[in-house]
Every structure is written in structure tokens, then in C-alpha cells.
Design a protein around this ligand. Structure first.
Ligand code: GLU
Length: 470
């Protein structure tokens, strides 16, 4: 039997790190077994549905390389199938119409709270076969009243619950839309899903769903419930907690490889190894190595992994990822002649794409402005002689390399004995970049290249010439 897994997000929020772990584990298991990975959009909860969340699901999966097989399944396009099965269940005593009003249900609930019972529907309509016209109703599943439900989860092992502890839950809402627990079973069966991999917050749903699987005589899939992911305060992640949205990680300059690598370690391990390419994961991934203890998000670890990928990715790939950030920052990379050399330099030193782009922007001549307030703040007009000195010396360099650049800087220290090394560097930084630069200035000057260095020094010279203070 070939493996079929699925990712079944509800488009009610942006995809977060927990969702993407479910998608990744399902994708890995399908790919490893040469099976299928299907995508199902669970869009029957209209009150929280937003189209932008559907787009976010597609974008994130594609961007991370988690490609799915077949067309996307939209639950909202499958209503006829659900209604057909619900009618079958009604006709075969597997479900019933419940006409209980909100007030009645509230009353039952309050009584149960007083008696310290868990809230259960009291099954008032269960065997009545009411059939009112023009009265609103829901359809409830006739949960077995005896025996127990049990299943063996790959991570959680044996789970067994008494049916008396379960409710006759709603399968069709009064607005005519079926509920998650019902649609999920119908679809998993209809799509031929063999392995359901999802967060352990669904364990209680699985129990209910198995009763529907059994009642409809469907084959029960293998279940794999993944351990909970907690934030650094040890609280459960929520779709509304935007810190953990995958989109935010990408916007912060984390590369897809790092996100996948970070996520695969949330509950799964292979020895002490930390770095896994997607291919390594496919090769090593094993459902039996999933641990059930909760995992805590560790942002520093993600940054560490990202730094590894940023410095090891092939240049073309890295450049491709950077393009998006150049675009956001409105950087015309054609203005920077040796962009590849500059990117390679920063990729070995910085941990995210955003910082690389910020630093590449130092090399865009169009961005050096030297506002008057800046000239005043740093009193650069006091250093016009130093400026002239550098213009003269740098223009004499024939072979633009670190040795010759060092020599010029060193000679300026001898010439301007009243200045210390740190002053010379600060002045040069301000002349060339108009701000502090956090990397070895000699290397940055080397990367800026002679023409641009002279262009910038002359530009500031012109500015200072107009300045009446010197
Ligand atoms: N739509 C559910 C969710 O987003 C997932 C359901 C499932 O995997 O069965 O949590």
C-alpha cells in the first residue's frame, strides 16, 4: 500500500512554526516512502476565514520547497459530498437532528457545572426522531454509548477512552456547514490518507474521529501526533502569536533551508546532529524517532542555523533570496559593480539576509548624502586637510589591494600626528559612508574600489568647499 499523507491547515491565521512542522513531517514521510503528500484547505469555518491566509499557505509551502501532489482539496468545494454522507448517516441511525435551543443547552451546561460534571450534551433529541419544519437544528453524531475507543499512536502509543466520556458532537451546524471532525474523516477516507501526522492538540479530536471512521466502516489510518511546541514562556503557540509566523521569520532574513532545518528538530532527532539538508532529512527521517516531550522555541538556535546556511549556500541561491530584500529596500544592484564580492564577504560574517542587504547598501553611491546636519554634527570641515591627503594618496594607488590601502592609512597617522588611529578611522568612515561601519574598514574600503572611494571623497570635498566654516 503506498503512503499518502496530507497537510490540512485551516486558513484562519498565518502559518506558524508548528503548522510548518506538521507539513514538513508529512511531506518527509511521503517523499521518503515514494508516496503522495496532499494539501487540503479546511475552509468551512467562515467566521475566521480570510483569503490572505490561503495565499500564505501556498506561498510558504512553495517557498520552503514542500511541493504537494494533485490539485489542492478545498473543503468548501466538497459540501455535496459531506451532505450526502450526513444524509446517509441520518437514514441509518448514525446521526440525528437536534433542535435544542441555545437557552436549553446553556441550562444543561450550568447544571453540569454545578454538579462538577464535564459538559456533555444530555442527548435529549437522540432517540426522538423529531422532524419540525421551520425550526433551526444541528445534526449530531450518535456516539456509541458503550465500550471504548482505542488506537495506537506512533508517538503516544496506546490510547483508550470510554465512550461514556464522549459527547454526541455536532457534525452539521445550523448554518448548513459541516464541522471539522466530520469533514476531516470523510476527506481522509476519500483522499486515501494512510498516515495522519498532526499536532498533539488534536488527540481528543482523533478519539471522536475514530468513532466516525468505525461507524462508516472506513479504514482507520495510522496516527502520529507530534509533541507540543511552546514559546519561551512555556506557553502553547497560537496562530495569532505573530512572533512565530513563518512569514515573519522569512521577513527577518531567515533562509528557507534554516527554517526547515530548525523545524525538523522540534521533536525529532538523529543522534546529536544539528544540520540537515532537505535531502538528509528525507534519508534519515523516521517516525519512530519522534519524541513526545514538548519542545521549546529557541530563537538563538534558529539564528545559529541560519548563519550556517547563509555562509554555506551556493552564491546563486543566496543571491536569489537576497533579491527580495534588495527590492524592498529599493536597491538598484546595478549601481554596485562588484556586488558578488560584497555579498560573499558579508555572507561569511552576518547571520541573516536583511543585514547583508543593509550592509550592501553602503556600497551604493546614490545613498551617500552627507546632509548639512551631519557635517555639523561631526565637524568634518575641521578635517579638510585630512580629506585632501586621502584623495591624493588613494588616487596614487595603482594596484588596489589591502596592502596598499593599509599603507595609505598608516602614512596618514604619521602625517597627522595629532590624530589617533581611531580618529583617522572615524573620519574616513564618515567621509566614505556618512555613518559608522561595523566591519574592518580597510576591507570595506578595498571592497568599495578605488573609483568609488575617490568619487565619494570628492563629493564630500565639494560639499565642504561650500561650507563657510573652514
Ligand atoms: N485544520 C486543522 C488545523 O489547522 C488540522 C486538522 C488535521 O490535521 O486533521 O489545525
Amino acid at each position: 500500500m503506498s503512503v499518502i499523507t496530507r497537510f490540512a491547515p485551516s486558513p484562519t491565521g498565518y502559518i506558524h512554526i508548528g503548522n510548518i512542522r506538521t507539513a514538513l513531517f508529512s511531506w518527509l514521510y511521503a517523499r521518503k516512502n515514494k508516496g503522495k503528500f496532499l494539501l487540503r484547505i479546511e475552509d468551512t469555518d467562515l467566521s475566521r476565514f480570510k483569503h490572505i491566509y490561503v495565499e500564505n499557505i501556498f506561498f510558504i509551502l512553495k517557498h520552503l520547497g514542500l511541493n504537494w501532489d494533485e490539485d489542492v482539496f478545498f473543503q468548501s468545494h466538497r459540501l455535496n459530498l459531506y451532505i450526502k454522507i450526513i444524509n446517509f448517516m441520518l437514514n441509518n441511525n448514525m446521526a440525528y437532528k437536534c433542535y435544542c435551543t441555545y437557552e436549553r443547552l446553556n441550562h444543561v451546561r450550568n447544571l453540569n457545572i454545578k454538579r462538577k460534571n464535564n459538559y456533555f450534551y444530555d442527548k435529549f433529541c437522540r432517540n426522538k426522531n423529531f422532524n419540525y419544519i421551520n425550526k433551526s437544528y444541528v445534526i449530531r453524531f450518535k456516539n456509541p454509548s458503550k465500550g471504548y475507543v482505542s488506537f495506537c499512536d506512533i508517538v503516544y502509543k496506546e490510547i483508550k477512552v470510554l465512550n461514556t466520556e464522549l459527547d454526541d458532537f455536532i457534525i452539521l451546524r445550523s448554518n448548513g456547514l459541516p464541522t471539522y471532525n466530520f469533514c476531516s474523516v470523510v476527506d481522509d477516507n476519500n483522499m486515501g490518507v494512510t498516515h495522519i501526522i498532526r499536532g498533539d492538540d488534536h488527540l481528543s479530536n482523533t478519539i471522536k474521529q475514530i468513532n466516525i471512521f468505525n461507524c462508516l466502516n472506513y479504514k482507520i489510518p495510522v496516527y502520529v501526533h507530534l509533541p507540543m511546541i511552546l514559546n519561551s514562556d512555556k506557553k502553547k503557540l497560537s496562530k495569532r502569536d505573530n512572533l512565530f509566523h513563518v512569514k515573519n521569520y522569512l521577513d527577518q532574513g531567515i533562509v528557507p533551508e534554516a527554517i526547515l532545518n530548525y523545524v525538523v528538530r522540534l521533536g525529532w532527532s538523529s543522534g546529536n546532529r544539528e544540520i540537515f539538508s532537505l535531502n538528509d532529512m528525507k534519508y534519515l527521517f523516521n517516525l519512530f524517532k519522534i519524541n513526545k516531550s514538548p519542545c521549546i522555541i529557541n530563537y538563538n538556535k534558529l539564528i545559529w542555523i541560519n548563519k550556517y546556511y547563509v555562509s554555506n549556500l551556493k552564491y546563486e541561491k543566496l543571491f536569489n533570496y537576497l533579491k527580495y530584500f534588495f527590492k524592498i529596500k529599493n536597491v538598484d544592484i546595478n549601481n554596485i559593480s562588484n556586488i558578488s564580492e560584497i555579498i560573499s564577504f558579508f555572507s561569511q560574517r552576518l547571520s541573516n539576509l536583511k543585514d547583508i542587504v543593509e550592509n550592501c547598501m553602503l556600497f551604493d553611491n546614490d545613498r551617500v548624502l552627507y546632509e548639512d546636519s551631519f557635517l555639523l554634527k561631526y565637524k568634518l570641515f575641521n578635517y579638510v586637510n585630512v580629506l585632501h591627503y586621502f584623495i591624493k594618496k588613494f588616487s596614487k594607488i595603482i594596484y588596489w589591494d589591502l596592502l596598499n590601502i593599509n599603507k595609505v592609512i598608516y602614512s596618514s597617522l604619521i602625517k597627522f600626528t595629532y590624530l589617533e588611529t581611531k580618529n583617522i578611522y572615524m573620519i574616513l568612515r564618515l567621509f566614505l559612508f556618512g555613518k559608522k561601519v561595523f566591519f574592518n574598514l580597510n576591507i570595506i574600503i578595498f571592497l568599495l574600489k578605488k573609483d568609488n572611494v575617490l568619487f565619494r571623497l570628492k563629493l564630500i570635498k565639494k560639499k565642504l568647499n561650500n561650507y563657510k566654516y573652514y
